[in-house]
Every structure is written in structure tokens, then in C-alpha cells.
Design a protein around this ligand. Structure first.
Ligand code: 13P
Ligand code: SF4
Length: 302
């Protein structure tokens, strides 16, 4: 009897499918994934794949973005429960209300948002390119949503731009407090602190490096330092420990886990491929408008 990994690999070949996995996923999914990385990397892979089926081991907005980029392909999310709590903090009506309070200002949406929200924004961004995207607009003021902390962090990196943010946030990253950084530094005085920009500004202000999930992994790989305190979701620490055995990685505090990212199991990936479930669909008009917002980001990020 073949094991589940062999079965998945056979189905991938038979059906010309590709598996994209975010680096917060359960680590065993990497064994069957074709590409593992941050939101930007995965959307770039989704934009250029030749596969007929895309299985997205990530959260709903990631699979939805892949579908918008590939309207004629089948995009599958193995567990429909995998939503993003931050993306759900702003809906279409709330966006229109926010925009009406600040008329005629360019609007940047974090990729962690729904297709409806993207359809009414000027350009999208991820945590790895937020600064570049804000700069690309050449505006004195921009609106940024839904993540207030990423927006405020980007504002600090770009001189002369006022960033007005929507009050959304990531509950997982907000569990990390400045006291946790201070405590971890006391315990590991030689360690470098690497933080995700979704963290509160009191946390990013204390970090040695702030970047996306892939940015954090690249920094740790290239650094000559040997010990790192990681202020983001545990999946990043799991992968760093697996890949860089000569270095030490400490999760800043216990249970920095995004429960929604952890739904997918290897068995769910198998079921997704075998039964072609659960298929993501996006209304055509919304998808066309959202595509403009996503394509602008991909163009700036080339
Ligand atoms: P990245 O863009 O770093 O992959 O982050 C996505 C995300 O949801 C972080 O919480
Ligand atoms: Fe959304 Fe936060 Fe989970 Fe990222 S970690 S998917 S922002 S809830």
C-alpha cells in the first residue's frame, strides 16, 4: 500500500496539480508542497504556474488571490475553515465607509483582505513589499487597511507620507508584547530579535530586524549570528530549526500559533486532490477589479 505522500505525488502528476504552502502551515505539508514561502512569493508562483489545479495550503484570502490570478484554473482550499481573522475585520461596506471619511486618497490594501475589498482599492501589498508599494504611489497621504500595525510600520520607513490606517490587526501577532521582547533579551542577551511587521509597534521598535516570514528566514540564513528570538508564528521557527541546525531559534513566547493556518493536514491535502475540494470561486466582476489591484502590486514587485 502506498503511503499518503506517494498517493499525493501520483495525483499531482495525473492531474497536473501544484501545491503552494505558506510557511505557517504544519511542517509535514512541506513534504508534498512544490513551493513554500510568504504571501508575496506564493502569489508570484500562483501568477506563473502552468498547472491545471492549484491546491493552496494557506488561508482563504491566499486561495482567493490565486483564483483571481488564474480564473480558468481550479483552485482548491483543503479546509474551508481556514480564514484569516484580520482579513475578516473589514468588509465591503466598512471599506466604503472608511474611504468616504477620507475622500480622494489612494488606498492600499494588505493582501490579507477579501476580493470585494481588493476590488475597491488602488493597489495591494504584502508584508514584504508594503514599503515599496507605499513609496510607489508618490502620495502625501494614503489609506492603509486592514492591518493598522503594518501600515504604521510602513509609514515609519517612508519619509513624508501620512499613512491613515484602518483599525484591523492580527490576534496572533498582537499576543506578542514589548515585555516579551525584554524578557527574552534578558534570557538570551546575545540573540538577535527578528519580528514580523504585524506585531505591535512597541515590539517592532525593539527588534533587530523586521520583515515578512520569508524575510525573517532569509535574514537568519545569511546572518553570521547563531541565536535568534523569533517574533512571529511558530511555523517559521519550526522550519528554521529544521533547515539551520547549527543555529538556535527561540519562539518569543509559547503558543504563537495561528489556529486557522493549522487546519490543513496531509490527509486534507490528499482529499483536496482526490475529490477536487473545496473549489474557490469569485464573482467575475469583483475578480476583474480585484485583479487590477493585485497586478499593480506584482508589477511594482518585479
Ligand atoms: P507574510 O506576508 O509574511 O507571509 O505574512 C502573511 C501573514 O498572514 C502573516 O500573518
Ligand atoms: Fe491572518 Fe494573523 Fe493568521 Fe496571518 S497569522 S493568517 S494575519 S490571523
Amino acid at each position: 500500500m502506498d503511503n499518503v505522500i506517494d498517493k499525493i505525488n501520483r495525483l499531482k502528476e495525473e492531474k497536473n496539480a501544484v501545491i503552494l504552502a505558506h510557511c505557517y502551515q504544519n511542517i509535514e505539508i512541506d513534504e508534498v508542497a512544490d513551493f513554500v514561502g510568504d504571501s508575496l512569493y506564493l502569489s508570484q508562483q500562483a501568477a506563473k504556474t502552468d498547472a491545471d489545479i492549484i491546491v493552496f495550503a494557506g488561508v482563504f484570502f491566499m486561495a482567493q488571490t490565486a483564483k483571481i490570478l488564474n480564473p480558468s484554473k481550479k483552485v482548491l482550499l483543503p479546509r474551508m475553515e481556514s480564514g484569516c481573522l484580520m482579513a475578516d475585520m473589514i468588509n465591503y461596506e466598512q471599506l466604503l465607509e472608511f474611504k468616504s471619511q477620507h475622500p480622494n486618497i489612494p488606498t492600499v490594501c494588505y493582501i490579507n483582505s477579501t476580493a470585494e475589498v481588493k476590488s475597491e482599492c488602488d493597489i495591494c501589498c504584502t508584508s514584504s513589499n508594503a514599503v515599496k508599494i507605499v513609496k510607489s504611489l508618490n502620495a502625501e497621504e494614503i489609506l492603509f487597511l486592514p492591518d493598522t500595525y503594518l501600515g504604521k510600520w510602513a509609514e515609519k520607513q517612508v519619509e513624508g507620507v501620512k499613512v491613515t490606517t484602518y483599525p484591523g490587526y492580527c490576534p496572533t501577532h498582537l499576543r506578542i508584547k514589548a515585555e516579551d521582547v525584554i524578557e527574552a533579551r534578558n534570557l538570551y542577551p546575545k540573540a538577535k530579535v527578528l519580528a514580523h511587521p504585524e506585531c505591535h509597534q512597541s515590539v517592532t521598535a525593539l527588534a533587530d530586524y523586521v520583515g515578512s516570514t520569508t524575510g525573517i528566514m532569509k535574514y537568519a540564513t545569511e546572518s553570521s549570528d547563531k541565536q535568534f528570538i523569533i517574533a512571529t508564528e511558530k511555523g517559521v521557527v519550526d522550519r528554521l530549526k529544521r533547515d539551520l541546525k547549527d543555529k538556535e531559534f527561540i519562539l518569543i513566547k509559547d503558543n504563537i500559533i495561528c489556529p486557522n493556518m493549522k487546519w490543513h493536514t496531509i490527509e486534507d491535502i490528499y482529499n483536496a486532490l482526490a475529490y477536487e475540494q473545496y473549489e474557490i470561486t469569485v464573482d467575475k466582476n469583483i475578480a476583474q477589479k480585484a485583479l487590477v489591484c493585485i497586478d499593480r502590486m506584482l508589477e511594482v514587485s518585479k
